[in-house]
Ligand binder design. Sequence first.
Ligand SMILES: O=P(O)(O)OC[C@H]1O[C@](O)(COP(=O)(O)O)[C@@H](O)[C@@H]1O
Ligand SMILES: [Mg+2]
Ligand SMILES: [Mg+2]
Length: 343
Amino acid sequence: MDHAADAHRTDLMTITRFVLNEQSKYPESKGDFTILLNNIVLGCKFVCSAVNKAGLAKLIGLAGETNVQGEEQKKLDVLSNEVFVKALISSGRTCILVSEEDEEATFVSPPLRGKYCVVFDPLDGSSNIDCGVSIGTIFGIYTMKGSDPTIEDVLQPGKDMLAAGYCMYGSSCMFVLSTGNGVNGFTLDPSLGEFILTHPDIKIPKKGKIYSVNEGNAKNWDVSTAKYVDNCKYPKDGSLPKSLRYVGSMVADVHRTLLYGGVFLYPADKKSPNGKLRVLYEVFPMSFLMEQAGGQAFTGKKRALELVPKKIHERSPIFLGSYDDIEEIKEIYAAEGSNALCP
Ligand SMILES: O=P(O)(O)OC[C@H]1O[C@](O)(COP(=O)(O)O)[C@@H](O)[C@@H]1O
Ligand SMILES: [Mg+2]
Ligand SMILES: [Mg+2]
């Protein structure tokens, strides 16, 4: 056995070692990012174990509160939010936190203040919590621009994000991360309590066979969305129809899209003129990952990562997935426009 050659194999590459290797590429780095990420990973492990035993631990059902989005919060929404706020602040590396579950941004005071701004959806796919279908956590990381944190530090375009990722709590627990050098996936080994690199350098297929959308909104769609989905079902070019897959958890639908290819879309419609998904902690992180994996992310008008949000809970329509499939959607929108709502 040539042990020396084996030393470089990615087997048993934990996420901590992976990030430390990444860090070594930046000699000036003091390890702040590694410590921050370590606490995000810890938060995900905590939430993963709570999700796995939700039915046993009476963590199913409503918390009795309503969040800023007007949604009834689930017990696990509230628990996950508390876990991540604590994990992020105790890292001593954050200055601003924006959570889906908190109306205002949280400004971290010294001495625990650091240079990173973290935007996050502590539990994504809340409508699937009580039935045990895959859900997740989504996050994005920016660097503070000045010496003191201001809300402008999180109202930056998505392309200025430093890193983004999600953790999916499904049949296996997967942590998917990009620090701007491609996308890597890690699977939690429950017996070790370690995330192990299992999906190095994820690249989305250039074209896919799957489309993912809530067709229940079809009567409210604009002409372009209706035309694209019609093309998926009744292709005009003689190709095979695409298959429909929709979990209703963005993390699960985007994770499948990243690995298998195709498109996930949550368009604007008469009911939700700005779509449903939130720019900072859903649209941006997933768009960042999609582009890093060779795909695209489009709003119906522009590249999603070019958006500059004005409010922390702002929403945007989103189409993300395989490069060629998003090109097709962009051509339809260029021809039909994005304001022509279905009659
Ligand atoms: O039920 P709908 O309208 O299809 O919406 C599903 C979408 O809403 C979400 O559940 C919104 O996220 P939260 O669960 O974090 O609020 C997404 O995960 C999902 O893609
Ligand atoms: Mg969400
Ligand atoms: Mg959520």
